[in-house]
Write a protein that binds this ligand. Structure first.
Ligand code: MF3
Ligand code: CO
Ligand code: CO
Length: 269
C-alpha cells in the first residue's frame, strides 16, 4: 500500500487534484471487493449461458436474482434509490437503466446491455456486457465491438499517476475516430464500499487533467457509445431509463477496476 501522506503531498505541491484517503482501499477492503467482483462476474456468466431470442427481460432479472442469492450476495440495484429490479437491461436505443419487464421480449437482431452489481458481505462489484440476440446487423455488431475495444484500450493505456482526464480523452477520441459519440451526462464511478462512490469518471476529457490516479483506487469505466448523436433523454414514465434522442443504437461495457503499481487490474467484467 502507498504511503498516502507522502504521495498526496508530492502531487499536491505540483498543483494536482489528488484522491482523498478514503478513495485508497486497504488490503482488507480490496480482498472483499475482489470477492464481490468475482461473484458479479459469475452472475453475468449465468446470464450469458441462458440469454436468447424470445426471453423476457424479467427472466433475465430472475436469473440475476437467483444466481446472486446462490452466491450469498444481494443484487445491489434492487431498491437502490427506488430502482424496482435486480439488474438493468437496456435494449437497442436504451442507453442505460432499462427496467426488466415481463412485457419486454428479446427479438432477433436486438442488442442488449445487462448491467449487474453485487453486494457481497457489504462489498460491491459492478460490471456490464452487451449481448447479441440472434442475427444482429453488421453495423450493430461494429458498435458493440468498438465500445468494448474502447474500454479495453483504457485498461491497456491507463497507468498509475495518470489522470482521470486521460480516461475520458481515450474514450471520446476512440468514439469519434469510429464515427460514434460518447454520452457525457452519465459516467463511471468509484466503487467497493458502496455502489456509487467518488470520484466520478467522465468518458470525455482533456489529457493530463483531473484527479491523479493512485494505486489502491477502485473504480468503474463504463462508456456509453451512441451510433448517432450523444444527446439523450430520460423516460418520463419511469424516471430511470435513458434513451438516445435520435433513436440510434447505444452500447455500453463496464468493468470494476483496481489501480495497482503496474496498471489496471480487472476485478469484474
Ligand atoms: N450498475 C449501474 C452503474 O453502473 C448502477 C445501476 S443503479 C440502478 O452505475 F439503480 F439503476 F440499478
Ligand atoms: Co453497472
Ligand atoms: Co457502474
Amino acid at each position: 500500500m502507498i504511503d498516502y501522506d507522502l504521495v498526496a503531498d508530492k502531487w499536491k505541491k505540483m498543483g494536482c487534484k489528488v484522491p482523498t484517503r478514503e478513495m485508497i482501499k486497504t488490503d482488507e477492503q480490496i480482498e472483499g471487493i475482489r470477492k464481490a467482483s468475482i461473484a458479479n462476474t459469475l452472475v453475468l456468466d449465468e446470464v450469458a449461458k441462458h440469454i436468447r431470442v424470445g426471453m423476457t427481460t424479467q427472466e433475465i432479472d430472475d436469473i440475476v436474482y437467483r444466481k446472486t442469492k446462490e452466491l450469498g450476495g444481494i443484487p445491489a440495484p434492487l431498491n437502490y434509490e427506488g430502482f424496482p429490479k435486480s439488474v438493468c437491461t437496456s435494449i437497442n436505443d436504451a442507453v442505460c437503466h432499462g427496467i426488466p419487464s415481463k412485457d419486454d421480449v428479446l427479438k432477433d437482431g436486438d442488442i442488449i446491455n445487462v448491467d449487474c452489481t453485487t453486494n457481497l458481505n457489504g462489498y460491491y462489484g459492478d460490471s456490464s456486457r452487451m449481448f447479441l440476440i440472434g442475427n444482429v446487423s453488421e453495423e450493430a455488431k461494429r458498435l458493440v465491438r468498438v465500445t468494448k475495444e474502447m474500454l479495453d484500450l483504457c485498461v491497456e493505456k491507463i497507468k498509475p499517476y495518470m489522470r482521470l482526464g486521460d480516461i475520458g480523452y481515450i474514450c471520446e477520441k476512440y468514439a469519434k475516430e469510429h464515427g460514434y459519440s460518447v454520452v457525457h451526462e452519465i459516467g463511471g464511478h468509484g466503487v467497493g464500499l458502496d455502489l456509487h462512490e467518488d470520484p466520478y469518471v467522465a468518458h470525455f476529457g482533456k489529457k493530463g487533467t483531473g484527479m491523479v490516479l493512485f494505486p489502491g483506487m477502485v473504480f468503474t469505466i463504463e462508456p456509453m457509445v451512441n451510433q448517432g448523436s450523444r444527446r439523450i433523454f430520460l423516460d418520463a414514465s419511469n424516471d430511470w431509463t435513458v434513451y438516445t434522442d435520435d433513436g440510434s443504437l447505444s452500447a455500453q461495457w463496464e468493468y470494476t477496476l483496481l489501480m495497482t503499481e503496474e496498471g489496471l487490474e480487472i476485478l469484474s467484467k
